[in-house]
Design a protein around this ligand. Sequence first.
Ligand code: MF3
Ligand code: CO
Ligand code: CO
Length: 291
Amino acid sequence: MKQTKKTGRNTPCPCGSGLKYKKCCLKKRSGQLDPAVLYQRKYSIRLKNKQDIDGIRRAGRLVLDTLEMVEEKLKPGITTNEINTWVHEFTIKNSAIPAPLNYSGFPKSCCVSINEVICHGIPGNRVIEDGDIVNVDVTSILKEYYADANKTFLAGDVAPDGVKIVNVTLQCLRRGIAAVKPGNTIGDIGWAIQSYAEGEGCSVVRKFVGHGVGFDFHEPPQIPHYGKPGTGIPLTAGMVFTIEPMINLGVKELTILDDNWTAVTRDRKLSAQFEQTLLVTDDGVESLTPF
Ligand code: MF3
Ligand code: CO
Ligand code: CO
C-alpha cells in the first residue's frame, strides 16, 4: 500500500506549487487566520478582548490609585517596610491581591528600589533619606486581571544627577509608548528608548525587560528597552504589555545581592525606572495605567 507522506512545514506543498508547505499554503492559510489564533500559534501571545481589556483597565486604575496614595505619604524618615504595608493594605481593602507577594518566593507586596537599586528591592528596614530617589513598583490582581506600573519619586531635596536620571527615564517611557502602534515592531520600542537614553549619556539595563501582562504577571512577549528599528514581533491590536525602562547614570551592568532579588548597579551609581501597562489599539496605544 502506498504511504502518503504527512504534510509538514518542510514537505512539498500539497497544492503542487513546488514550494515548501511553509513558504506556500501554510502562509496563505495563516494570512486568513484570526490574529488571536495567529499570535497564539506563532508567538504564544494571548491577545485581549474587550472584556479582558475592561478588567485590566480596572486593575490598572487601582495600581494608579495605589501609587498616588504612596506618593502623598512618602517622605524622608519612613522605612521601605512602611511603604509595603500601605500598598498591601490599600490593595486588600480594594478587593485585590498584591501580585508580588510569594511570587517566585518574593516575600513582600511591592518592590521598593532606592538610588543604586535598579529593581526588585525588598521592603525592609532601610530608611528613606532626604535626597533619595525611590522607585515603587505595584502589581495588582483584580478579578483575576493583572496590571503593573511603577514610578520613581523624589524624596526631599534631590541633587541634579538624581533629578536628571529620573527625568531621562520618564522621557524614555514616553518615547517608548509613542512607538506603540499596529505595524511597528518590538524593536521600534527598544530603539526609541535606547537612542534617547544613550544620547543623554545614560545606559539601558539589558537584564530586565518589559513583558506581556493581563492574564498573568509575566506573559510573552518580552519587551527589551534596547533594539533595532523594524526588528522583532510586529505589534497588533489587542496586545497588552508593559514598558518599564531601567536607566542608569553609569554602566548598564548589575549585581544581584545575597537576598537573590535586589539588583544594584555594578558601579553603585543611580538608576531610575518608570513602568506602564499598555494596550495596542487599532490606531495606536492606550495606557491602562495612564500617568
Ligand atoms: N513588578 C515587576 C515587573 O515590573 C516584577 C516584580 S517581581 C517580584 O515586572 F517578585 F519582585 F515582585
Ligand atoms: Co512589569
Ligand atoms: Co512592575
